[in-house]
Write a protein that binds this ligand. Structure first.
Ligand code: DGP
Length: 140
């Protein structure tokens, strides 16, 4: 299994495809999932090319998990979530559809189900508003 440098998230990293970014540093980027399974569904990716967790360099994971933690805290706050679900899929058989390593960060509320994985595209204005809420929570 090789890394395809033209995958969607590689193109988001170089701004060839627009995204609603919530956080960026030297090693990582976080942005809204365009097909959110819950309001506030955010993706966190490393800048270094990795197909998924199976081929990622261990040195990449420290900064990546630190960003996952920070974004999870901000998402919890921004959406008054009771819990936060972290998901990560490796290869198509496990549900992966975009082949650049990413962690899903999903705010959860008791009794509220998730929408389907890779389901409907969200309204862009709504995604922009949700990204703003998370950016604000990250600053606090
Ligand atoms: P997966 O590879 O199965 O872990 O999920 C990929 C996720 O990426 C899925 O929740 C939908 C989302 N997604 C697919 N295309 C785009 C895109 O062009 N932009 C953004 N922001 N998200 C995307």
């Amino acid at each position: 299994m090789t890394y395809d440098p033209n995958n969607i998230f590689a193109r988001i990293l170089i701004d060839q495809i627009p995204s609603h970014k919530v956080y960026e540093d030297e090693h990582t980027l976080a942005f809204m999932d365009v097909m959110p399974q819950a309001d506030g569904h955010t993706l966190v990716i490393p800048k270094k090319p990795s197909r998924n967790l199976l081929d990622a360099e261990p040195a990449v994971l420290g900064a990546l998990m630190a960003t996952v933690q920070n974004v999870a805290r901000a998402v919890r706050k921004a959406f008054n979530a009771e819990g936060v679900l972290i998901q990560q899929f490796n290869e198509a058989a496990a549900g992966q559809s975009v082949f650049h390593l990413h962690f899903h960060v999903l705010p959860r509320h008791a009794g509220v189900g998730l929408r389907p994985h890779s389901g409907q595209m969200a309204d862009q204005a709504l995604l922009a508003a949700h990204a703003e809420k998370i950016r604000t929570a990250l600053e606090d």
